[in-house]
Design a protein around this ligand. Structure first.
Ligand code: GRF
Length: 207
């Protein structure tokens, strides 16, 4: 069976991309990396992958978000991406990209969705005083940080947490959860039933 190809979109440091790469390089994640794309020229994420092109596509060169996403779509297709991973991609994705990749775009978000979507999720969690936060891998739909949830990992909030210390502990979980979710996806273990996602064999299907 041929390997699935990933396209990764990232805007910053790219530590989630590094986590994916280290699982691939250790032989624990059987995927090909087709392309890394960033909307930020200075993104560190553009320097991590040796196994594929890493491309900056400049949003300033496109009049609308939709036009930009046409360029993303073309680039992802040129590089044969089967699954698109938003790994710290800090830009709204439109239906121009979502429709042709329906249920084939996943995002990692640093909160237990549906709590605290959007920017500064860890700051929002602290401001709200929750005792447990964490991270979520979900399928991307047309609403931000909203699509069906594949996997979550909980992190206890400490009394003395700052935004940085909480973010660091959540990030550790992100680095485990995102490659695991990609692994489940590529092994055909993700079953979608409306908003509910089952990972692994459906209960009752085992003999
Ligand atoms: C992560 O916390 C991710 O969940 C959020 O932005 C951060 C990106 O980190 N969307 P990195 O660029 O993968 O290091």
């Amino acid at each position: 069976m041929s390997m699935l190809t990933l396209g990764v979109l990232a805007s910053g440091r790219g530590s989630n991309l590094q986590a994916i790469l280290s699982e691939m390089r250790a032989g624990r994640l059987a995927v090909r990396l087709g392309v890394v794309i960033s909307n930020k020229k200075e993104a560190q994420a553009l320097h991590h992958a040796k196994e594929c092109p890493s491309l900056f596509i400049d949003p300033a060169a496109y009049p609308t978000r939709e036009d930009y996403d046409v360029a993303l779509l073309q680039t992802l297709q040129e590089h044969h991406a089967d699954l698109v991973v938003l790994a710290g991609y800090m830009r709204w994705v439109t239906s121009v990209l979502i429709a042709p990749y329906r249920n084939r775009i996943i995002n990692i978000h640093p909160s237990l969705l549906p709590s605290f979507p959007g920017l500064h999720a860890q700051r929002q969690a602290l401001a709200h005083g929750v005792k447990i936060s964490g991270c979520t891998v979900h399928i991307v739909d047309e609403t931000m940080d909203h699509g069906p949830i594949i996997a979550q990992s909980a992190v206890a909030v400490r009394e003395d947490d700052s935004e940085t210390s909480l973010s660091d502990r959540i990030l550790e979980q992100e680095h485990r959860l995102l490659p695991e979710a990609i692994g489940a996806y590529v092994n055909g273990k993700i079953h979608l039933d409306g908003r509910r996602v089952w990972v692994g064999p459906l209960s009752g299907s085992e003999s």
